[in-house]
Design a protein around this ligand. Sequence first.
Ligand code: B12
Ligand code: SF4
Length: 477
Amino acid sequence: MRVMLINPRFRLPIDTRTTPHLGLAYLAAVSESRGDEVMVFDADVEDEPISEIVRRFKPELVGITANTPQVKSAWRTAQEIKAVLDVPIVLGGPHVSVLPAESVQHPEVDVVVRGEGEVAWLKLSEIIATGVTARQLLDPQTHLLDSVMGISYVTTDGHEQHNPDQPPIADLDTLPFPAYHFFKMERYTSLQPATDTVDGSKSFSLMTSRGCPYRCTFCSQSIMPVKWRARSPENVLAEWQHLVNDLGAQEIGVLDDSANIRMERLEKIADLLIEQKLNHVPWIFVNGIRANLASVELLRKMKQAGLKRLAFGVESGDPEILQSIDKKINHDTIRQAFRNAKAVGLETIGFFIIGLPGENEAAMERTIKFACEVDPMIANFSMMTPYPGTKVWETVTQQGKMLLKDWDDYVFFDGRARYELGEMTAELVERKWKEAYRRFYLRPHRIIGTLTRKEFWLNWRRTFKVAWKTIFPQKVK
Ligand code: B12
Ligand code: SF4
């Protein structure tokens, strides 16, 4: 069967990275292992319109991914495809997992897959490969979709159906490795193009675990299965060997939400990387690892294993706010984690949020000061964006004034406040957010540090552009 997987067009207002979509790479691998002919269309790097490619390739099944700011683009893409070909169209990804009813009401969307997608995708592929049309699929008389868990759809007689959730995949080692060979690797950037100059075609991502046992109030992770599940160190190593030896990886991004929930597992992975001499390829934790589980011994071992840079989610410098967001951590632990990382020679990233519910100017001030105190190499200040499904979303919709009405606007780099709540006005959030970047990066030692980094000079045009757009954001649509 011919299968097409799509990452719909979406551009951030600032020039960040473009990397292959790992979720689609997993689904592509599942389809390939079924013997399907797979095509990945990543609108971020394609030149041709989707309708042309669909006419040529004639897919028999289409899957489209959608996070919140992408979902309108996903619906538009589905419409464009249906206009040239009557093919079953399936949507998946974080946004549609939280609000499936919204997407199934779009006539061009046949099925929504909620949560982890591999099992449902395989089941749907098996059914559709028998040659059924989208209409037959949704006909309640056929009962074709009755046993597929984790999907939502509207039957041909207009009944909205949400099948029971798919249980989380218990053994992640059973999954095939993400199929990067379906992506135009030469068209992507490195993981952190503002700081590193790695050829995008040599830059890969992997995940050693899925899920997160924490439930921070602002994080969309609450939509994924609660249970944290890890791949075995041996399985991770096998993928790492494949990326380095077969695909020539020159950097690897580890995308786990909380990679260090079991520290001994990470230590084992690090041991294997050293043993197998894979530690010459630098790797980065692009998402925060838990600061309370970052012992100096573990960090030292990972540094030996090739870890170059790691991130900690700090979120707020205000103790009360930190407690209110259920991060389940305190500032001394975070301070110690940064000290440990720097002591063993790791580069650090700190993630901070401006505009969490309950904040006032003093709380935001504490966040800026704390960022300057722990002084990571990269400080990332997000303007709080309440994503559907999160507790912050509930708070804002119930007690605040949501300023965003359009899913397209749910990015957090465009300098506009998303909501007002209590004494937190849009003016305050926008002013402190800009101030955070200015005050963090325009300190004398940071300027000198930046100017003496080789990568800065290799990337100076891009870095200036990103800095300019951050401090003087333009309204984009
Ligand atoms: C890496 C990453 C990025 C990278 C790369 C994105 C990419 N091309 O993949 C970058 C830095 C560019 C990025 C940017 C943004 N991101 Co991001 N990102 C992630 C992160 C950490 C990992 C994504 C990943 O690879 N997951 C692993 C794979 C296996 O999971 P998956 O992609 O969800 O796919 C699975 C299922 O969702 C499902 N599925 C997905 N698509 C489809 C399609 C079909 C047909 C089917 C059947 C199933 C299916 O099956 C897949 C396999 O199980 C996630 C957090 C997370 N844990 O997922 C956040 C996350 C996806 N990002 C998020 C956000 C908010 C953003 C931004 C909007 C932030 C911003 N700057 O404003 C932008 C949007 C950019 C864009 N182009 O869309 C949110 C999304 C929330 C939401 N409601 O949409 C997440 C969940 C983080 C969070 N915890 O809040 N992101
Ligand atoms: S912010 Fe990090 S620790 Fe908190 S729920 Fe999200 S992934 Fe887990």
